[in-house]
Design a protein around this ligand. Structure first.
Ligand code: SAH
Ligand code: SF4
Length: 394
């Protein structure tokens, strides 16, 4: 980590217009749902499929939000669309850029709620860490988001809208008519932000289907990883209905410890979770399941744990992603030492599994895994402070 100060900037604070007069937001509708709303608002049934394709391309391939700019549609039809619909994505409240290039956005969604979205640039890829809920119903004891109550599920539009927002900020919408450019700044998605994606299954699925659609954002399903704390009944559906890669917040090798760290373990224990993972269909070895394992000093980081972990995952095409614990104010744990983490990684590696140690990114802007709540609160506080300074009363 370097000590250079992060760059903080406030993005446009001009309030964006809220959907007026009950206009329907088209972002997040599946192709079928889009077809239905177009027909309900006067598009002839015979033309609906073609119109869906055209509007879809404007929104998701070219990033166009103004119906009047959708030039392959008749002028009168564009006006008709503008009367009934909007193309709206979450509003960026603030953006911070870490000294390592990580970008963290605070975005506001309907109801004034805020969630965080993190963009992590790497040499060969750029990953967007997307949130699926405001807060989380689960209470993993090492996770700051887990100390925040669930406020609500995000809609499919708010989930795919995070991707569209990032593409706006990265300036990577292609120009209509230009050849397809395969080098992408935003090439991968991880559902590892705030929330448990499998407790918001339908909206996450619909959003990811839009992200994968070849006529739109067009990300390969192999470039999308969904991380779950272990919602066993939804795991098979994830493969069938989304088809993305799976990561599991494993974090412990005995039920006793996992019950404490990931309390959903009391509902579906390690054995049930592993059975579901053994059944997760995958096509190639490159589609291994990622076992996420947070390294907590003296809690789950012994050599015995590493050996037990190897035994437990035997037979599952897997890699183990070791996450040095990111501390937050009041956290009841400490990060394992570097030596401990490397010794643990080595045991797993010797057993034949890749065991990368995740480099914390964006620590200077509190954008690393599990730190997302504190940043929201900080941002809120600073706005409060600003209001107080300006003499605004709540
Ligand atoms: N709810 C989902 C996805 C979001 S959390 C899940 O639990 O899988 C993304 C990853 O960050 C999970 O593996 C989670 O266990 C991990 N994480 C949470 N808090 C952390 C912290 N303080 N330090 C390091 N990793 C953390
Ligand atoms: Fe929720 Fe995941 Fe945090 Fe657990 S680790 S509290 S499931 S966001």
């Amino acid at each position: 980590m370097t000590n250079s100060a992060p760059i903080t900037q406030d993005v446009h604070t001009i309030p964006r217009k809220l959907p007026e007069g009950g206009k329907v937001n088209l972002v997040g509708l599946t192709r079928e749902a889009l077809r239905d709303v177009l027909i309900a608002h006067g598009t002839p049934e015979k033309q609906a499929k073609m119109r869906v394709g055209q509007i879809w391309q404007w929104i998701y391939q070219w990033g166009v939000r103004d119906f009047h700019a959708m030039t392959n549609l008749a002028k009168a039809y564009r006006a008709q669309l503008d009367e009934a619909f909007v193309v709206e994505i979450p509003e960026v409240v603030s953006k911070q850029v870490s000294s390592d290039g990580t970008r963290k956005y605070l975005v506001r969604i309907a109801g004034g709620h805020e969630v965080e979205v993190v963009y992590i640039p790497e040499t060969d890829r750029g990953t967007l860490c997307v949130s699926s809920q405001v807060g989380c119903t689960l209470t993993c004891s090492f996770c700051h988001t887990g100390t925040q109550k669930l406020v609500r599920n995000l809609t499919a539009g708010e989930i795919v809208g995070q991707i569209m927002m990032a593409r706006d900020d990265l300036g990577e919408w292609p120009v209509p008519g230009a050849p397809k450019d395969e080098t992408r700044l935003l090439s991968n998605i991880v559902l590892m932000g705030m929330g448990e994606p499998l407790y918001n299954f339908e909206n996450v699925r619909d959003a990811m289907k839009i992200a994968m659609d070849g006529e739109g954002i067009s990300l390969s399903r192999r470039r999308i990883t969904l991380s779950t704390s272990g919602v066993v009944p939804e795991i098979a559906r994830t493969a069938e209905e989304i088809g993305c890669l799976l990561a599991v917040s494993f974090h412990a090798t005995t039920d006793e410890v996992r019950d404490k760290l990931v309390p959903i373990n009391k509902r579906w224990n390690i054995e049930e979770l592993l059975n579901a993972l053994r059944d997760y269909p995958r096509l190639t070895n490159s589609e291994r399941i990622t076992f996420e394992y947070v390294m907590l000093h003296g809690v789950n980081d012994s050599d015995e744990d590493a050996h037990r972990l190897v035994k437990l995952i035997e037979g599952i095409p897997a890699k183990v992603n070791l996450i040095p614990f990111n501390e937050w104010p009041g956290a009841p744990y400490k990060r394992s030492s570097n030596n401990r983490i490397h010794a643990f990684a080595n045991i797993i590696y010797q057993a034949g599994y890749a065991s990368p140690i995740r480099t914390p990114r964006g620590e200077d802007i509190l954008a690393a895994c599990g730190q997302l709540k504190s940043a929201t609160e900080r941002a809120r506080k600073s706005r409060k402070q600003i209001e107080a300074e300006a003499g605004v009363k709540n």
